[in-house]
Design a protein around this ligand. Sequence first.
Ligand code: ADP
Ligand code: MG
Ligand code: MG
Ligand code: MG
Ligand code: MG
Length: 646
Amino acid sequence: MGLLTEGSPLSWEETKFLADHVRQHGVVQFINLYKRLRDRQGDVLKWGDEVEYMLVKFDHEKKVARVSLRASDVLNVLQEKEVKNPHGVKSLWRPEYGAYMVEGTPGKPYGGLLAHFNIVEANMKYRREEVVRLLNPGEVVMSLTSFPRLGCRDFTDPPAVPTPENGSSCSLFFPDEAIYPGHPRFKTLTRNIRQRRGSKVAINLPIFRDKKTPNPFVENLKALGDDGESTEAALPDHVYMDAMGFGMGCCCLQLTFQACNINEARTLYDQLTPLCPIMLALTAASPLHRGYVTDVDCRWNVISCSVDCRTKEERGEVPLKQNKFRIPKSRYDSIDSYLSPQGEKYNDVPLIYDKAIYEQLRDADIDHLLAQHIAHLFIRDSVSLFSEKVNQDDEQDTDHFENIQSTNWQTMRFKPPPPNSPIGWRVEFRPCEVQITDFENAAIVCFVVLLTRVILSYQLNFIIPISKVDENMKRAQKRDALSKEEFYFRKDITTCVSPPAATSCCQASDCSDVYTPMTVDQIINGKADEFPGLIPLINSYLSGMDVDADTHCTIQQYLKLIQRRASGDLQTTASWIRQFVRSHPDYRYDSVVSERINYDLLTQIHGIQTGEIPCPELLGTCLQSKTQESIPAAVEKAEAMNGECC
Ligand code: ADP
Ligand code: MG
Ligand code: MG
Ligand code: MG
Ligand code: MG
């Protein structure tokens, strides 16, 4: 998303009326784009990360921590440099859903040199420092997946009061002031999703049952102004949330890769798909929601439910009358189909799509897999439309396509080249939770990028049936999934790389001999005589490369962190947070995260992030990279000459 252009949002009624218009033109725009760009070749690996941050305000006297609703002010200054010099900045800043959130990316994508791994963390640090310079006394910037007391009384600075009877969310807990005010997109999405659904969104997370948690755990929502809707939607023994902000107000870590052509992009999309739940479990960082300890470790389900615009008919609660389809998943969820020929026979989940759109795409000479993917995205209505964008030139513009594409928030995103740009076919990897320190975030980023190189060089194959990836997504979010769960993973990742022949390793009807349950430790570190492990594969790949000493050291530190997290030697962020709360002197074993616990937890996390507080349980004692601001000229030259591109 570029700098968001201002515009006038249409009402939900107007947007709904134009749903078919957006779809029809969106599909034509995709077809035109595809015709222009299908044969685009020779793009090189480029990649970049996106880190989302929260602004938090401490009141050290009262010992409370709140989200600071100053993102818009801060962002205006952060973006000044880019406005003056769009191509010469070291970082780019974008708004995010929360009025307390900002998103930062590197100014330019990284390239294929191994030495680039050594500047990722320094760039993350630089970004953080840029924000820090703009903060008021008591404010800090944190890469925190979920704010523990989001939606509790007075969780914002300045204070704001929820308005259950009106506004965008109509939430009992989340005031509209906590939604980013600088662009109408966010409030419009909130209102339209709620209106399309026909009720507020409903998020129910199982509560973490502790020694003194009320049994059953049921809240009096009427006392907060509920007219009955929330009381009905809230499940007993669950933490109930009723607004888009609870999900979209979480922070995450994303990665985008450019492929050399459309086919490589399909391969990466498919091969990274089975890794999504594994990386979700490995990066789990959000056990606390709305002031309670929950029984899950990740944000994924929260965010999925937080934008679930499906009607009762679409959810299958009443017979279809007005709507066209029963839709099994929210528009924010894991992907439903593979895109490459290797993936085709593992598409074992019935795909809902519009037959007419599918035929239109097929008639335009788009293959079955891509056509069904696009037709599946297009089962959704537009949930945000601006008057300036209604009428477009379908030969040149892609806004209607992007309108639907960018509100299908899935684990992976297949990104076509933007019009009139030097950018190629890309895929985005979207499951990861953001970690406390730049070191950890850089480690995750470098691990995933290296994995893409290994996948392509060794022609690895991770594909398992989509239904098993779905099952893995469920397991990944459970409490302590990393140590307690097993995940379906492909047994033999070195075979079956070429498009399936008659003698292929599995038949469409039965792929059960292809995968086996494994722990994250086994997947990452290997299992004797049975599975090589992702880190050993990366190391074997790296051993054939000539890499400068500093970069080598940095990469090894990152891989060690991943290895030790996977093995359970180091804690996940989620289990560390859970343990901190449960061992806090104020904790009453009732699953409640009090103001004081919240304050102490966030001060501790901030200290860990700055390095002032050591945290060997999370980071080990000796893990430190040699990250630097820029690549020494000699290293860059040597790598480029030796062709040491990863
Ligand atoms: P979105 O929010 O739609 O995912 P952003 O613009 O926020 O997109 O982030 C895009 C990411 O892609 C950034 O990390 C950026 O560095 C990276 N990027 C930019 N250009 C390219 C490119 N040509 N190839 C791969 N990645 C790119
Ligand atoms: Mg972004
Ligand atoms: Mg985005
Ligand atoms: Mg974002
Ligand atoms: Mg993104």
